[in-house]
Design a protein. Sequence first.
Length: 299
Amino acid sequence: MTRSVQEQLPFEDLPEIPTASPWCQRWEGRRHSWRHLSEGGFDARNFEVAPVEEREAKEFVVRHHYSGTYPAAVRRLGLFDVSEGGRSLCGVAVFGVPAGPRVLTHALPELRPHSEALECSRFVLRTKCPANSESWFLARCFEGLLAVGVRGVVSFADPVPRRDAAGRLVAVGHVGTIYQATNAVYTGRAVARSIKLLPDGTVLNDRSAQKVRRQEQGCEYVQEKLARLGASPFRAEADPRAWLRRALDEVGARTVRHRGAHRYVFRLGATRREREAIRLGVPVLAAYPKHPDPAPWRS
């Protein structure tokens, strides 16, 4: 008698999750888990996709996504479980405004940023979602976006895991398996850069730092977060630039060299001809990334 063997669950110490993995990532309370494709169980009759109000989407994403943050959103779509006669939210996809408009115009130069072109900035499904839920959910999201005039979506996959100061894994790292499974155009990596890694494992991106330096809208959130991590509270009379440098030192932020996230582009259209008529401003790479980086991040 031949016994079937299920592939081993990915371990936390993998530098990246291979694209050929049969495991589907899920999130619950900012902790990840896995569902195996062999489980099956997905039935489209048990789910529906519909727009979600800003407040509900933000609450869901902050509660479950590993980042614990919510981006600037233009469109918010939810995956609802309707299997038991109710209607419970079990997944959210957020399409919105990236850190800078060039993220969109560089990849999709002929589409208007923030209306015809958006970034998929959050895509999170709870543990209760069966394997294969994500591809169906994403396809329904694209149908909804196309109906309101969106013609292109850019999405990034950060391939390297992040740990907090205590060594707890907070971001498992991924190479865009769901994007590959849904025929996204792979255009290589974004620009390599140095990032500020905070002790809770989250990244202080350049835009957030700039908000503090210039005291722009949203700076209070960043200042309060750094204070919670151990920085001296920001005072109104303080020099914002000097305070930010001191705060990052006080919390023990690390400067890490990042090789660049994998960038994927979706061209939306009712037909293949419509999709292929959308010009890309970045080169298309024939092969999807299949292997982890050869070395971890180094401070």
